[in-house]
Ligand binder design. Sequence first.
Ligand code: ATP
Ligand code: MG
Length: 395
Amino acid sequence: MEIIDNRVEKQRQLIEKLQQRNVKLERFYDEYKRVFRNEGERIKELNCLYQVAQYVVIESDTDAALDKIVRIVPHGWQYAKESCARITFKDNQYLSPGFFESGVVQSERIFVETVIVGAIEVFYKPGLASESDDPFLIEEKNLLKGIADIISFYLEKQRDNENGKLIQQQLLHADRLATIGQLAAGVAHELNEPLGNILGLAQLSLKLPEMPDQAQKDLEKIEECVIYSREIIKKLMEFSRQSPLSKEKININEVIDNSITFLEARCIKEGIEIIRQYTENITVTADPNQIKQVITNLTINAIQAMKNGGKLIIVTRKNSKNAVLAIEDTGIGIPADNISKTFMPFFTTKDVGEGTGLGLSVVYGIIRNHNGDIKVSSEPGKGTIFEVCLPLEEN
Ligand SMILES: Nc1ncnc2c1ncn2[C@@H]1O[C@H](COP(=O)(O)OP(=O)(O)OP(=O)(O)O)[C@@H](O)[C@H]1O
Ligand SMILES: [Mg+2]
């Protein structure tokens, strides 16, 4: 009896030991599964991040890069098959294949410098987790933040590239205008003297007694043509910075008001509302007549661009270095192809007799002669802004 009891007791102990070992094994197996799964997840996440980084290095087109990124994003998530992603940037959306929207979502904002320009979101299918539970892992939250940061970096790089190109184009443009200026100055100078002689002789001849009627008419025509030609030469000389400056301290708002008074009646007649947005007390040292010329030429162009009425907005402001004067219209705008040509002498889209194509060349010459700068931005069908910068008096 005692022997049997001992055997039962031993078996019981053995079972207990085995049970304990089993529990340990189960724990070990659970731990093994957890670690293994975690490692699998981490590898997926790293792979996703690596691919995103690859795209931003090799892809120079923003649309193509964002499209590739959004396709790869869901692969980095735990429930890859039940997830999808969306990138929003400005007015565009980039979607991963089979996109759906649901309340189970994780999102990060995309910045360029400090400005929010878009967002990246990852959605899980509804029902995968109750909407109050957060099914996303901490690592997935970090991953999304990392991807958003890479996209921000990429967009900043793209913007810098664009700015670089623009500056290069502007330099090329300024160079070309300088060459045209030199050429124009040379021609203008050569023509000015003989034209002066022709004018003088025509005017002398007109004073001759007993001039036949026809000859009188012809001489008057010659006089008229020479005066017109000299006007053009004067404009060319202004463009090529050949005309002397007579600088004084001027209040920019006053000069604007003086320049546009004679255009106000025309604006009312043509249904154009003038809106003044002035900053007080902006003084620059400049030639008042030439600045008047700038304002007049820009304003006339703006009026001519608003055949069906509109708004003429005149803004003055200053920044640390410059007085800024902007003339904005809501007219026909300038097609992108023409923007770089607008300051070229004789470039005009107006009918014969309506424009010589020298107005903006003169403006350009005057502004450069004052060590200033002029920029144009336009949207066809919406309007145009010309922005003039002149160094502030205190500089
Ligand atoms: N505000 C504007 N809106 C739309 N187009 C403009 C504007 N300003 C200039 N342009 C375009 O630029 C061209 C050149 O302008 P610019 O003032 O040099 O010459 P123009 O107005 O044609 O002739 P001019 O000034 O000699 O009478 C214009 O013909 C027009 O196509
Ligand atoms: Mg003009």
